[in-house]
Write a protein that binds this ligand. Structure first.
Ligand code: 9MR
Length: 319
């Protein structure tokens, strides 16, 4: 009887092994990308997502760097002039340190998510000193701990902002000089969106970094955010090659693609693989559940944290 039971249960488990796929072993996108000579495939976080265990499981097994989604933006970290609030940013850095993830600072100067006291400044000397103190405060706190800082965001074409309106383009050098003084080891990046084909904005970015770097090299790298629509990847390789023609590092900093088409994800990853100066990719979110574009389902993991076809295609590309 016992033998019969053992045989039955053996037969059942054999049948089950054939019918039910083994649990998927995530292969570690970051590890695969690093094995191809790149620095990391990172992702974003902050206290709201770092408290979700399904999120952190994927984050720590698949990704190798962390960018704060919101906690280091000016309104979060220096909401009142001279008074820094590091709780959220520290939590992110602690999480990264405990899980051996690199950190990209994001973002020291951006026209958006600015406190009202900054937007209200109309005097050039005051604004210069406020930018310098802000950068010294934030970059100084984490000096030596970050891979890089996104010093400027969305300013490749000098959009209208309190910074460009009051200081012209001199605020760019001011910001990079302050960041270099506060953290001599971090790579300093300018980071922009709509650099997804070799368009006028890419050309403007190339001209801008050449101008700013014409004396001393202040800018180390160009970040291209790469928030794409479906089918929007065709110009990415050309754009990355053009940005890299500056001689600077290039990083894909905020990757998400509406409806996560496999072909687009593969094309973007291939574009970075093909350009030696493209050092890293950062996905802008783990799961669609926590994406700023949630309704467009642009990420590699669905709202239940299951990997999508695009994830599998990337693994196949990188194996
Ligand atoms: O993902 C961020 C979202 O949680 C914020 O509400 C939003 C506010 O503007 O910013 C999002 O991230 C932005 C990033 O910091 C800079 N590039 C554009 C991203 C999307 O707006």
């Amino acid at each position: 009887m016992q033998v019969l039971l053992a045989l039955v249960s053996f037969a059942l488990s054999v049948a089950r092994a054939g019918a039910v796929p083994a649990p998927r072993q995530l292969s570690g996108l970051n590890d695969l990308f690093v094995a191809k000579g790149k620095l990391f495939w990172g992702n974003i976080g902050d206290s709201n997502t770092l408290s979700i265990s399904s999120n952190t499981e994927v984050l720590t097994s698949e990704f190798g760097a962390l960018t704060p989604e919101n906690s280091m933006k000016w309104e979060s970290i220096e909401p009142t002039q001279g008074s820094f609030s590091f709780t959220g940013a520290d939590a992110l850095v602690d999480f990264a340190n405990s899980n051996c993830l690199m950190v990209r600072g994001h973002t020291l100067v951006w026209h958006s998510q600015l406190p009202a006291y900054v937007s209200a400044i109309s005097d050039a000397a005051t604004l210069t000193s406020v930018i310098q103190s802000h950068i010294a405060g934030v970059a100084g706190r984490y000096a030596g701990q970050f891979y890089g800082h996104e010093v400027l965001n969305e300013d490749g074409t000098l959009r209208s902002s309190v910074f460009s309106n009051v200081l012209g383009d001199s605020f760019i050098a001011t910001a990079f000089e302050a960041a270099r003084a506060a953290d001599s080891t971090a790579k300093l990046y300018i980071n922009d969106f709509n650099l997804d084909s070799n368009n006028a904005k890419v050309q403007a970015m190339v001209a801008l970094v050449k101008k700013v770097n014409s004396g001393t090299q202040l800018i180390d790298g160009i970040g291209t955010q790469t928030h794409l629509s479906a089918g929007g990847s065709s110009g990415v390789a050309d754009a990355i090659t053009t940005l890299a023609s500056t001689g600077l590092e290039v990083a894909i900093t905020e990757l998400d693609i509406a409806s996560a088409p496999t072909a687009d994800y593969v094309a973007v990853a291939q574009a970075c693989l093909d350009e030696p100066r493209c050092v890293s990719i950062t996905s802008w979110g783990v799961s669609d559940a926590n994406s700023w574009r949630a309704s467009e389902t642009p990420l590699l993991f669905d709202s239940s944290f299951a990997p999508k076809d695009a994830y599998d295609a990337l693994v196949s590309l990188l194996l």
